[in-house]
Design a protein around this ligand. Sequence first.
Ligand code: HEC
Length: 199
Amino acid sequence: MRHLSLIPFAGMMLLSSAEAVDYKEEIRPILNKKCFKCHTGPKAKGGLRMDSADDFAKRIGGDDPLIIPGDPGKSILSIKAGLPASDGEAMPPPPARERGAEPMTAAELTLVRQWITEGAKLEPGDTTAAPSAPAPGAAPMVAELHDWSNTGGGSLKASFVAMNGANVTLRKEDGTQFDYPLVNLSAESQALAKKLAGQ
Ligand code: HEC
């Protein structure tokens, strides 16, 4: 099996818009992968600690906001994350990009912007932007990842979300969720989807 052709999957990628974006499941993994390297712990760059829910919440709305709930176009965090490497204000900073720090993909940025549009809640149902800190030592919830392959020989790691008519809804490790036609999956993956759906 070839492990390079993600294009047939990527081409089908659709963000599910019916459900609100979930911070822990969808946004935190993106920040973790693209931003935590420099924005965690007491020495966080720019004083921006994304790993501590309390610290991060202070920069959502309030006096000195990096995120303005409802307005990704005015939120410094989403603006910086969307700037091209040619812009000195971009995040990750351009020199770090030259050393391999990757910016958010367009799909990741879209999801982050959608989360901000929806109010930048750190907890489901949270309306105050003042979430409680996670329980000490609590392990992040990670859905089980499976290997999926399609008829074109492409493969992808993703967790199963649901069967959705003739499509299967999958979620990648970075939190992006998309529908994929069952018939385009390999026989093995079709069987896996049916099994996980309890069919
Ligand atoms: C390689 C290290 C590095 C990475 C990775 C990185 N940053 Fe930064 N970030 C910095 C530094 C250094 C500063 C402080 C200087 C500045 O503001 O330009 C900063 C500052 C910021 C600020 C401004 C903080 C303030 O109080 O004004 C924001 C917002 C920000 N980063 C967002 C992000 C986001 C979003 C990501 C992930 C896409 C990210 N950063 C990834 C190094 C990094």
